[in-house]
Design a protein. Structure first.
Length: 94
């Protein structure tokens, strides 16, 4: 997989990876074989009633996210989905 999301460097994104891991990050940067998640936080509990994509519009009252990881790199092969989110909906929450 060759991810080329250069326009998502500062866009909040949900990353779904193998083994059920889900993160929300302030943006992503891509290289030839991995992506760097900026200020990534594990989404511990989605807190949604309509599925993960509901978080595109910001967290719900029941959404639980962990403290940010200082650095998180994922190999391209580990990434299942990259879901861009509305920046305004996550402002001040990441």
């Amino acid at each position: 997989m060759n991810i080329t999301y250069s326009n998502m460097a500062d866009t909040p994104v949900i990353i779904v990876a193998v083994h059920g891991h889900v993160w929300i990050a302030k943006g992503i940067e891509c290289s030839d074989d991995h992506i760097h998640l900026k200020h990534a936080r594990t989404v511990r509990n989605w807190g949604t009633t309509k599925g993960l994509n509901e978080l595109v519009n910001g967290p719900t009252k029941e959404t639980v996210i962990d403290d940010p990881a200082p650095v998180l790199f994922l190999p391209d092969a580990a990434v299942i989905a990259v879901i861009p989110c509305r920046s305004a909906a996550w402002e001040g929450k990441l």
